[in-house]
Design a protein around this ligand. Structure first.
Ligand code: PLP
Length: 451
């Protein structure tokens, strides 16, 4: 088995940093200017995480490609960390947004688009009732609130190293001694998440049962396949067990399909015939126009209606003036109807398999103790010989220094990977030559480290 020489890694990283700086004079100038009006020179804190000394500033994005102000073109395998899984600016969505923009963008009144989108979501996910939000974070928050409201319980249960957006209750991890604690990097929690949340490992049936037994958990919030700490697949039978246990203990099951929509048009839920009580879908639903949806069963709908309070329904903690706005619904209608179609997935999934095969070949040829996993049109490599079976295993297989070198090497050779772990996503516009380019660059990057 090969081990990475850290001195060599650091010297290669320095060389790549210099190359990035030399080749991005306009981005550098914009970054320096941005530092005078934007905290850390970026509009959102996580943009600092791009592997270069500063992020490339974008001039344009089209289909599967991004262009920066320095005139460089990138194969975009990050795709806005799933927000642009549709490819950038698909024509059908542009047209719908443009038409709607001339006819009013937000009215706080329903339009027929809301029904069309809900009907399409019904067909895809089999949840009969739907509501809208602007982000998947908000949709998750609203589901948690509703679950507490319905069950009269306070606790939420999540899986170790999950990510569901900036939802306070979810920033909790298992510590080395097995107790739960605030997640590393959790900024200004309103309350210690240990008070609100229980956390167990994914694929650990007995830990889940033990945590639910007390009968104080309102809901389990889970991605059906973990995607935010690398990809962690459920072990055979885990979903069935989770469904049975949640039903046994009167806990609602919320599946967050925001990333796992990469599995197919109805996400992992439809592909595997899962039956959650609530389901969340955001990010690419409007091709990047802010929007998210959450659906639920007839039983949940009845329970909500039974507790409805007309006079206070606008201030109960579920809402958002712009949620379900006409522009966002027009974007969702066009994107679901014309872009994120079954036909698109038939193209995207083999592309991800091609990407996986390219990475696997390099891993095999160089005897690297790494693994690569695919879920639908998403794939990811991790620095462990075997795919992880839970969040702790996945997290311990991360290597920030190595990851940054591989990402920066890719950027310098015209490829964007998501700046969080090593994920690559395919859009309907991604071509075989884009994938083969990555296979070649990944191999060259590995050669830099070990030859
Ligand atoms: C599974 C999952 N759910 C929800 C979210 C939150 O999405 P947003 O940041 O658009 O609110 C994310 C973001 O990465 C996610 O990965």
């Amino acid at each position: 088995m090969i081990t990475i020489d850290r001195t060599r890694l650091r010297s290669r990283m320095q060389r790549e940093q210099q190359r990035f700086i030399d080749e991005h004079p306009k981005s550098k100038a914009l970054f320096e200017r941005a530092g005078k009006s934007l905290l850390s020179g970026v509009p959102m804190n996580w943009m600092r995480k791009w592997a270069g000394a500063f992020p490339p500033f974008v001039s344009e994005a089209q289909g599967a490609h991004v262009y920066d102000v320095d005139g460089r073109r990138y194969v975009d395998l990050c795709l806005g960390d799933t927000g642009a899984m549709t490819g950038h600016s698909p024509l059908a969505t542009i047209k719908a947004v443009e038409e709607q923009a001339h006819r009013g963008m937000t009215m706080m009144l329903p339009s027929e688009d809301a029904i069309l989108v809900a009907e399409e979501l019904q067909k895809r996910f089999r949840q009969p009732y739907w509501q809208f939000a602007l982000t998947a974070t908000d949709a998750n928050r609203f589901c948690i609130r509703l679950a507490r409201h319905i069950t009269g319980r306070s606790k939420v249960l999540v899986f170790n190293w999950c990510y569901h957006g900036t939802v306070d209750e979810t920033f909790i991890t298992l510590q080395p001694d097995g107790t739960a604690g605030s997640r590393r990097g959790n900024i200004g929690p309103p309350i210690d998440p240990v008070v609100t949340t229980k956390v167990v490992e994914f694929n650990d049936r007995s830990a889940l049962e033990q945590a639910l037994t007390a009968g104080d958990v309102a809901c389990v919030l889970a991605e059906p396949v973990m995607t935010n700490v690398g990809i962690v697949h459920p072990q055979p039978g885990f979903h069935e067990q989770m469904r049975k246990l949640t039903q046994k203990f009167g806990t609602l099951l919320i599946l967050d399909e925001t990333h796992t929509i990469c599995t197919g048009p109805g996400g992992y839920t439809r592909a595997e015939n899962l039956e959650p009580d609530m389901l969340v879908f955001g990010k690419p639903i409007g091709a990047g126009v802010p929007g998210a949806a959450y659906g639920f069963t007839a039983e949940v709908a009845r329970a909500i209606a039974a507790r409805d309070h007309l006079e206070d329904c606008d201030v109960g903690g579920i809402g958002g003036t712009l949620a379900g706005n006409a522009l966002s619904l027009a974007a969702m209608r066009a994107t679901l109807g014309n872009v994120l179609t079954s036909k698109a997935f038939e193209r995207m999934i083999p592309m991800a398999e091609r990407w996986r095969n390219g990475v696997q070949k390099t891993i095999d040829d160089f005897h690297l103790p790494w693994s690569v996993t695919r879920l639908g049109c998403r794939a990811e490599y991790l620095f462990s010989a075997r795919p992880p079976k839970n969040g702790a295993e996945a997290h311990s297989a991360m290597d920030f220094e190595l990851e940054r070198f591989l990402h920066l090497y890719c950027i310098n050779h015209g490829i964007l990977l998501t700046p969080f772990h090593n994920m690559a996503l395919m859009s309907p516009a991604t071509e075989e030559e884009d994938i083969d380019h990555h296979s070649h660059v990944f191999r060259e990057a590995v050669k830099e480290l070990i030859s």
